[in-house]
Design a protein around this ligand. Structure first.
Ligand code: GUN
Ligand code: ZN
Length: 439
């Protein structure tokens, strides 16, 4: 069925870390997007397209809105939704005291399904239409998430966490079980509808060398399957990895030697990488997910993003909420935190760069930029409608916005879930903000 939506429109045509803004930013003050069979069939100035739009095509108009590609969250743990805002710990203690307790609850299938439902609703309320998601060690944690995502027609990447040491026995698998369960999940889900599978070794300290090798064998057999993990998040973690893998040059080398550093591999954090490790990321095509609210929350440090984005050999990068160490499902909050992290290194992340990282940049990092992450004919019709005037303060502040870049910066600094007026997935309206929650 054909549907149409009308509002201002912003999308990104190219990488603002490489090219001038004028070549990257696509803005139309009054656009029409026509959607059919889950894809964008036409897009352009409303004045050009409206005269030819058949009268029976349902048209939704957002006069104070701007259409944007749906956000992409490159790193998030759905099972940790129930333990967001857990007080007072840094990474290793936080894992032991909170995370590993919470994740044991996912042995129970109905609990996993209830959390999966709430998690996806929360993402849609925040305009997130694709995410790269960690399950728990239990294979059914991934089944229920993919099943619930399919109800919305969501594009989703997810994987069963693999961990065979340094956690409670109830959360451990083995090298063989990680291989067998991951293979079964790949066969069941990868490429089914909009689902894609990610091999998910939790992080080097929780995976034996044998387990990393087993997952690398699957990565070789299935080169289009994704890989997700963590790297260089916390200084105590770095020292631990050095003790566990004394023969490896550094943290990144652990993954590299075990065949897990490759395109479509996405690692959370990377805030304590050396120059040599950054070069290894750039050369391999592996990506990083910048998770600034999580880094602040756990006192891990802050990413100096400029080190990843120098010259022509750059590291593929997206933004991650990293819920539950991350403190918000909002990609606006995440952009705000990314701006502040950059500031702490004497660098200013521009609005166009931040919004690119939350959309097309993320899609590029995940290898799905031909499908989602920008608005153009032929792309899958995943989009959000941002309300330029979602609170009284923002309405007032927007009067003084000088241009579109200014407006985007105001939104990412002052906006939250109220700024998301509507979310479309595969051309279908799946979320619309209640009339009284905005301005
Ligand atoms: N490192 C290993 N597991 C985790 C996790 O669940 N969250 C974060 N932030 N870091 C991790
Ligand atoms: Zn994480």
């Amino acid at each position: 069925m054909k549907t149409a939506v009308r509002a201002a429109m912003i999308s990104f045509r190219a990488d603002p870390f490489l090219l001038p803004v004028a070549e990257c930013l696509h803005y139309d003050s009054d656009a029409l997007i026509i959607m059919e069979d889950g894809k964008i069939s036409a897009l352009g100035p409303a004045a050009n397209l409206l005269p030819d739009l058949a009268a029976d095509v349902p048209l939704q108009h957002f006069p104070h809105g701007v259409l944007l590609p749906g956000f992409i969250d490159c790193h998030v743990h759905y099972a940790q939704t129930e333990m967001m805002a857990a007080f007072g710990a840094q990474l290793i203690d936080w894992l032991n005291d909170y995370t590993f307790v919470t994740e044991q609850g996912f042995a129970e299938g109905e609990h996993a399904r209830e959390v999966a439902r709430l998690f996806l609703q929360e993402q849609l309320r925040n305009g997130v239409t694709t995410a790269c998601v960690f399950g728990t060690v239990h294979p059914h944690s991934v089944d229920v998430l993919f099943e619930e995502a399919a109800r919305y027609g969501l594009r989703l990447i997810a994987g069963k966490v693999c961990m065979d040491r340094h956690a409670p026995a109830a959360l451990l698998d083995s090298a063989q079980a990680a291989y067998d369960d991951s293979l079964a999940l790949i066969r069941r889900w990868h490429g089914r509808g909009r689902a894609e599978y990610a091999l998910t070794p939790r992080f080097a300290p929780s995976c034996s060398p044998a387990q990393l090798d087993a997952l690398a064998a699957l990565a070789r057999d299935y080169p289009d399957v994704l890989i997700q993990s963590h790297v260089a998040e916390n200084l105590d973690e770095l020292a631990w990895v050095q003790r566990l893998f004394p023969h490896c040059r550094d943290y990144t080398d652990v993954y590299d030697r075990h065949g897990l550093l490759r395109p479509r591999a996405v690692f959370g954090h990377g805030i304590h990488l050396s120059d040599a490790e950054i070069a290894a990321f750039a050369d391999s095509g592996a990506a990083l997910a910048h998770c600034p609210t999580s880094n602040q929350f756990l006192g891990s440090g802050s990413l100096d993003l400029r080190r990843l984005k120098q010259g022509t050999r750059q590291v593929a990068l997206g933004l991650g909420t990293d819920v539950g160490a991350g403190t918000s499902f909002s990609m606006l909050h995440t952009m705000q935190a990314a701006y502040m992290a950059a500031q702490s290194h004497g660098n200013a992340l521009t609005a166009v760069q931040a919004w690119y990282l939350a959309t097309r940049g993320a899609a590029t990092a995940l290898g799905i930029a031909d499908k989602v992450g920008s608005l153009a004919p032929g792309m899958e019709a995943d989009l959000l409608v941002l309300d330029w005037h979602s609170t009284p303060l923002i309405t007032f502040r927007m009067r003084y916005a000088r241009d579109v870049q200014d407006a985007l910066f105001i939104q990412m600094m002052l906006g939250d879930d109220r700024a998301i007026a509507a979310t479309y997935v595969a051309g279908r309206l799946v979320y619309q903000r209640a009339a009284d929650s905005g301005n």
